[in-house]
Design a protein around this ligand. Sequence first.
Ligand SMILES: NC(=O)c1ccc[n+]([C@@H]2O[C@H](COP(=O)([O-])OP(=O)(O)OC[C@H]3O[C@@H](n4cnc5c(N)ncnc54)[C@H](OP(=O)(O)O)[C@@H]3O)[C@@H](O)[C@H]2O)c1
Length: 407
Amino acid sequence: MAEKSKILIIGGTGYIGKFIVEASAKAGHPTFILVRETTKHPEKSKLIDNFTSLGAKLLIGDIHDHASLVNAIKQVDVVISTVGGELAADQVKLIAAIKEAGNVKILIIGGTGYIGKFIVEASAKAGHPTFILVRETTKHPEKSKLIDNFTSLGAKLLIGDIHDHASLVNAIKQVDVVISTVGGELAADQVKLIAAIKEAGNVKRFLPSEFGTDVDHVNAIEPAKSMYKGKIAIRRAVEAAKIPHTFVSCNLFAGYFLPTVCQLDIDMAPREKLNIFGDGTPKAVFVKEEDIASVTIKAVDDPRTLNKTLIFRPSGNTVSFNEIVSIWESKIGKTLEKTYVSEEQLVKKIQEAPTFGLSIELALMHFIFINGDLTNFEIEPSFGVEASGLYPEHKFTSVDEYFATLA
Ligand SMILES: NC(=O)c1ccc[n+]([C@@H]2O[C@H](COP(=O)([O-])OP(=O)(O)OC[C@H]3O[C@@H](n4cnc5c(N)ncnc54)[C@H](OP(=O)(O)O)[C@@H]3O)[C@@H](O)[C@H]2O)c1
């Protein structure tokens, strides 16, 4: 059984508040009441005695005293405001304090991975109590440096494994939100996370490992097609289990594709010639990893992203192959020799690729640059929300700015 949520009532000595305090305490919730230092009428002290006799705990504070609000809110899971109507507008102060308290506890499974490490950092820096499930065997020297960095940021390590159910349930019970960033090869194994989340029974939001294209809108050819089966199956399983969720479709990691200007056969940005897949007109989306992580963390407790796909399409990051090349050319002050690879030639390359890895990468190029599958559909409110529209205050690093650091 999950622990009962801790409830703070602000305005608990008021007309309706007193009934709510009583109901909360009687239902077995650890119950807290914010009371003003000045709440000293004899009538109220009788009420307060009744609250304490029910096991409720008093916290001294005031809606106009920000520090007292943050302190009280940090101790609970749920805030109920029953302040009088004359204070209705002053509840913006509660919103600010709830944001600052930031006490949504986040567990990251796969935090030592490529995208996971950015998410751990963003979570800890945003002030969330941050937990990372790490395997007993995660002991490479490179990883221990990473883990030292996490602990210096205040993140807490929990030993566990996606294949060890008890370790998952134990970790999940300690948090509100679970973010999985396990690698693509473990996509289908996330059914084990779903089972553990169901058993723990306390999770307010699950973000399965996606962090790519919107898998419900990709028309990939093999071998990429099979790669997405696991992620699609996990979406349907999360929905069927009625787990509150957000699917993060951040599109392409800038750090994977931009340093080589989307070339697969070189490991540096081209300065003489390059290949363009297709006619270079469909638009793709490249997002810097730090931006993906910050925006993901903003979304974890945002009601607008509940049970939706969060799709990233900031305008400065949504560019065609031809545009990418011309931005890069402007940075190096040179026109490159271009070879256009037709769909037919690309399909042949996929079939003849000497390694499975290369055939997958080429098949990604097919749906990204031939089909234009990252941007060839409308983001309908019924299934999705667009990240830059939702968080206009977040400044995304554009492709232009990214290339400026490489030239
Ligand atoms: N949009 C893009 O351009 C793009 C590019 C690449 C990947 N992705 C997607 O991003 C997501 C994350 O991929 P990634 O490349 O960041 O992953 P990754 O670097 O392979 O990291 C995998 C993480 O999972 C952990 N892990 C492995 N086995 C585990 C187990 N049995 N139990 C618990 N944890 C385990 C690893 O821990 P250890 O440190 O112990 O090994 C590591 O922290 C995937 O869904 C992938 O498809 C997107």
